[in-house]
Unconditional design. Structure first.
Length: 126
């Protein structure tokens, strides 16, 4: 039993959120890392909340794509390239995790989830 815990600990430490997109995996990053990517790379920023939430304030350049609308055909219209860098957020981080996993299962390979707008320390536009 004593040998089981170190093995379990190692598995937990090395599993994380990154990995193979075929398994619905994505990378979880900090809001600071997301902002750096926005400032230095070509990225698609997805707001996966509802229209009224988006209208009340969103990250500049974000595209509204509610989590409940994510499917193969709708995703292809919003994210034409499967290897595009996609940053995903919602209000608090729950829906963005669901959306990121769904996009990864659809074959998108560069999905980055960075939590919720409720803790976003940078500019927001209405």
């Amino acid at each position: 039993m004593k040998r089981f815990f170190p093995v379990l600990l190692c598995l937990l430490l090395f599993s994380g959120c990154g990995g193979n997109s075929a398994n619905g995996r994505y990378q979880q990053i900090t809001q600071e890392e997301a902002k750096e990517m926005m400032d230095t790379q070509s990225v698609i920023i997805l707001d996966v909340r509802e229209q009224s939430e988006y209208d009340s304030g969103h990250i500049p350049g974000a595209v509204l794509f509610p989590v409940g609308e994510i499917a193969a055909d709708t995703a292809a219209a919003v994210i034409p390239e499967k290897d595009a860098a996609v940053l995903v957020y919602c209000r608090s981080g729950n829906r963005s995790k669901t959306a990121s996993s769904a996009l990864a299962r659809l074959g998108y390979t560069n999905i980055y989830e960075f939590g919720g707008i409720n803790t976003w320390p940078y500019e927001i536009e209405t």
